[in-house]
Design a protein around this ligand. Structure first.
Ligand SMILES: Nc1ncnc2c1ncn2[C@@H]1O[C@H](COP(=O)(O)OP(=O)(O)OP(=O)(O)O)[C@@H](O)[C@H]1O
Ligand SMILES: [Mg+2]
Length: 333
């Protein structure tokens, strides 16, 4: 059993899990009562969140203090970048230059890390080095450390969501036929093309399940909790309510499909002979009725719901929540 647990503070739900990959020792899910990420919270909200996290941890019976926690993609710069073949010092300079263009903070207020994903063995002209670069404003990572500290936890590592998502499903994948993970959360949607050992591309769309609920609420004149029920009950079923809900949600889903297609095309252009042959749905939005067949038809690949709990021993009441715990499980690994 690793000496740390995984903690995913989502904009609507908080997930924590301590597992050895086979057996789940502690698990809990609670509400984020503020419906937003930590970076958007006031100090008073952060303190209140801290209190509810303490309760959640206590109720789970978790004594472990060491934690690996996630910072949402909306708060970081996280991208697979391509560079012409160059030396390591040149690469470092090129990455810094790229970040200067893309990250709206002075370099001394940003923490950066990168890993080389692909480097050609031979250089024949137009080969590229592929690097996964992550940059987070220090102000944001510090606020996470501060909150964990207030709860009495010790952060072993803070990580953005993409590595956790690609880690949790890596075992069943291959680098020649990677999968595209679609993590449909409340505030946003993460896309990541990943194989067994390699990450090939990612994208964050700042629209998710909350926007869907809001559209239903506005269109039908409903309160948000009622609209949420409509969404969960009817989903994308065409034969319900004259297909009104599917018509409403279509632009949001089609936008996600557009970004999925772009990522797949970029992958194909750079990896002839390999294909993305599977979509893995995670996040609470994975339960949206009719989403899997809709995506499968639009993208033309098999769509499965990603369930990290499939082969794990876990309390029955959590068994069906695997897709929601994908990031937390990736962190716990
Ligand atoms: N049965 C369901 N049908 C449709 N949508 C659902 C269902 N269950 C949950 N959801 C949606 O899933 C979303 C919450 O998922 P999740 O817990 O993964 O989000 P989060 O981690 O809090 O958000 P984010 O990662 O964007 O900050 C909500 O928008 C919720 O409406
Ligand atoms: Mg989430």
């Amino acid at each position: 059993m690793p000496a740390y647990f995984g903690l995913d503070i989502g904009s609507t739900s908080v997930k924590l899990i301590h597992t050895d990959g086979k057996r789940v020792k502690f698990v809990a899910i609670g509400r984020n009562q503020f419906g937003k990420s930590i970076s958007a919270m006031s100090n008073a909200e952060k303190i209140a969140l801290t209190d509810s996290l303490k309760v959640l941890i206590n109720e789970a019976g978790l004594r472990e203090k060491k934690v690996v926690a996630s910072i949402p993609e909306s708060s970081v710069f996280s991208r697979v970048l391509k560079f012409p073949v160059m030396s390591s010092p040149e690469l470092a300079t090129a990455i810094r230059w790229e970040l200067d263009q893309s990250v709206p903070f002075p370099p001394n207020e940003v923490e950066t890390s990168w890993v080389v994903l692909e480097k050609p063995d031979r250089f024949e002209g137009n080969e590229k080095i592929s690097v996964y670069v992550v940059a987070v404003p220090s102000r944001i990572s510090e606020s996470y450390v501060q909150i964990l500290d207030l709860i009495g936890l010790e952060p072993v590592r803070l990580e953005n969501e993409i590595p956790a998502l690609s880690r949790v499903f890596a075992e069943g994948l291959s680098d020649t036929n990677p999968a595209l993970i679609v993590d449909l959360g409340a505030a946003g949607t993460n896309l990541v093309i990943t194989g067994k050992t390699k990450l090939f591309g990612n994208f964050y769309i700042p629209v998710g399940g909350s926007a869907m609920t809001k559209m239903i609420a506005d269109a039908f004149g409903l309160a948000l909790d009622q609209a949420e029920n409509y969404k969960r009950t009817y989903g994308l079923a065409k034969d319900q309510l004259d297909g009104k809900i599917v018509t409403l949600l279509k632009p949001i889903i089609d936008n996600v499909i557009g970004e999925i297609r772009k990522l797949i095309i970029a992958f194909k252009d750079e990896h002839s002979g390999s294909v993305v042959n599977k979509l893995i749905l995670t996040g609470g939005g994975a339960y949206l009725i009719g989403l899997a067949p809709y995506l499968s038809e639009a993208v033309g690949v098999e769509v499965v719901v990603g369930d990290p709990f499939a082969d794990m021993l876990i309390e029955a009441k959590y068994k069906a929540l695997g897709p929601v715990f994908a990031i937390a499980c990736g962190l716990a690994m």
